[in-house]
Write a protein that binds this ligand. Structure first.
Ligand code: GTB
Length: 216
């Protein structure tokens, strides 16, 4: 059965690939699993039909038969468990790749999200600039350590894995901030991720939906 995911009918980023369906699409593309997309409007996301799929009324979701999943991390993990190509077969290497998925979502993404929230929701506040400086320093703390760990390697732990897919997806959100440029090996890491044919297909698919629409 072909799984169906949900994505924004009209992504606020106008198709820059920043919404979280892109990471799910990327996972599907890496493992060669076709998928369908059900587009939802902001209003529809809060209707009972979608709230039944996603308790917080968000995208992405995943449906396959009776299985309904939410949370991009859980969805990518499910895809990686079901198909070869995103998690090593050897148990310890697999556990480490999963640890990197969690690190991306739990340790690196939160300050990056804080930055986005500050920009989007708090820009009118008199303390906004001060808060941005604090948040940016928290991001730099994480990136500094991540940069040291990555060193000159291509990927975080051996071959490309779901851990890299998630970490690159999280770091991509920093593109417009300029902060990533302070860490040349991380910039190159993100560029390597974006250059993967599977990422390019995922990006193109979400862009095709949003092309020509005004950013929200
Ligand atoms: N932890 C959840 C996950 O990983 O799946 C978070 C899901 C989430 O935040 N979904 C967002 C959403 O549905 C879309 S991706 N928001 C609507 C709502 O909460 O009502 C976040 C996102 C949105 C837009 C941009 N952008 O335009 O740049 C970037 C990222």
């Amino acid at each position: 059965m072909t799984p169906t995911i949900t994505a924004f009918e009209h992504s606020p980023d106008g198709g820059q690939g920043l919404a979280r369906d892109t990471r799910v699409r990327w996972a599907f593309e890496e493992v060669g699993q076709p998928y369908k997309v059900h587009l939802v409007s902001f209003n529809a996301m809060k209707e009972p039909e979608h709230m039944a799929r996603h308790p917080f009324g968000q995208i992405p979701t995943y449906e396959e038969g009776n299985l309904v999943l939410f949370e991009s991390g859980a969805i990518v993990f499910h895809i990686a468990e079901r198909h070869a190509g995103l998690l090593p077969a050897e148990a310890e290497a697999r556990a480490r790749a999963i640890a990197w998925m969690f690190a991306a979502l739990n340790t690196v993404e939160p300050p990056i999200l804080d930055r986005a929230t500050t920009w989007i929701s708090e820009w009118k506040e008199p303390w906004c600039e001060q808060r941005l400086r604090l948040v940016d320093d928290r991001i730099r703390d994480r990136l500094g350590d991540l940069s040291t760990r990555l060193g000159s390697a291509d990927w975080l732990d051996g071959p490309f894995s779901a851990g890299d897919l998630m970490m690159v997806s999280v770091l991509i959100r920093l593109r417009s901030s300029g902060i990533l440029d302070e860490y040349p090996n991380l910039s190159a890491y993100v560029a390597r991720g974006e250059a993967r044919p599977a990422y390019r297909r995922a990006f193109a698919a979400q862009l095709a939906i949003n092309a020509g629409k005004q950013p929200a």
